[in-house]
Every structure is written in structure tokens, then in C-alpha cells.
Ligand binder design. Sequence first.
Ligand code: TIU
Length: 226
Amino acid sequence: MVSVKARPYDFELKPGKTALVVIDMQRDFIEPGGFGDALGNDVSRLSAIIPDTAALIALFRERSWPIVHTREAHRTDLSDCPPSKIRRGNSAVKIGEEGPMGRLLVTGEPGNQIVPDLAPHTGEIVIDKPGKGMFWATGLHEKLRGAGITHLVFAGVTTEVCVQTSMREANDRGYECLLIEEATESYFPEFKASTIEMIVAQGGIVGWVASLDDLRAALEEAEAAA
Ligand code: TIU
């Protein structure tokens, strides 16, 4: 057990039972010309977390701990995309239509790829999810359970949409969840801050939040003592 300084109190991380989940660090949300941009957002805020997210991924890779990357992605025929989701918003380019990086939020398109600095390595799990949450229509719960995973460390975008939905879904399924503050971002800074407060409120109603430095320090301290 590794004790990580966190809010609302220390998070007990279990080596061997912990996976990192990196939510939707795909070009669709992070680069101009993608889905996030089409919705009217300033996407530059999101690219700023790439270095810290890469450092977090490195912590897991160095230990050969499991890593899950998700992408918000629909089938090419959009059969897994509810019409309500396509209609939503007032963007000129809708899900499935051509943008500068190919069809928005469609699997296999250039915009649907994870940004190069965070590209998955062979052996890491990549999940295409049609919803905001990572469990809906993905089979991920069964995969994680099969691997004996009980604890999840979260990163990715956006904090209050796909990260929060996924973390809440995971919490309901019995996972102990820790969000790393520097490795998540929102188009709206106040929503990131509020989401963090919501997660840790009421004694950790959704889970825990820690800094990348505190996670790294806890791992290194535990390993030095072993
Ligand atoms: N719009 C927005 O903030 N997010 C999404 O649509 N998807 C994710 O958060 N990945």
C-alpha cells in the first residue's frame, strides 16, 4: 500500500491493483479544427497539460503498471451515436461531418488520434467510447475486473465532462478513484475548480484529488523503504 497525500485525506494506492486512465487526450479536443473548437471553445488551455500528463504516464510505464487510454469515438456509420448527440450544440460542423482533421469524433480519422506526445504504447489498453463516460458500451469494467484492478488514477479532458462522468461511473462500480490535478483540464477554469471541489466534498463523495508531485513522492518514498 502506498499512501498518497491527497484531498480530502490520504489516498491508499495499491500497487498491482491500480491502473492509470487517460481520458480523451485526442486531437479532436486539443487542437484547432477539432470537435472542441467547433463547439466554440478555446482549445489552447488543454494542450498545456500534455507535459504533466506525459510525466504521469511515465510514472506508470516505469513500473509496468496498466494504462488505459480512451477516445471519444463513433463508428463510421454513426450507428453508436444518438441523434440527440449529433443535433446538440450550434456548431457549423457536426459529429460525423468533415473538418480540417477529418470527420469529427469518428474512429480512424486524424482528429480522433491521441496527441503524439501521449500516444499509447504496445500493450496499453485503448478504448473507443461512444459516450462521455468510459464504461457505457465499452466492456472496460469487465476488462479491469479481469485484471484485478480496484484502484484508478485519472487524467485527461475535459475535467467536468468526460473525466468527471468516467470517475463517477467508476465510483459507482466500486473503484477507488484518484484524480491528478495537473493532468486534467477544462475549457472553463472555473468548471475544473468546481469539479475538484465536488469530487472531494462530503469526505470524498466521488473520490480523491492529488498533485502529480505528491503522487511521485509517495511512490518513490514507498519504493525507497521497500
Ligand atoms: N465538450 C467537452 O467539454 N467535452 C467533451 O465533449 N468530451 C470530453 O470531455 N472528452
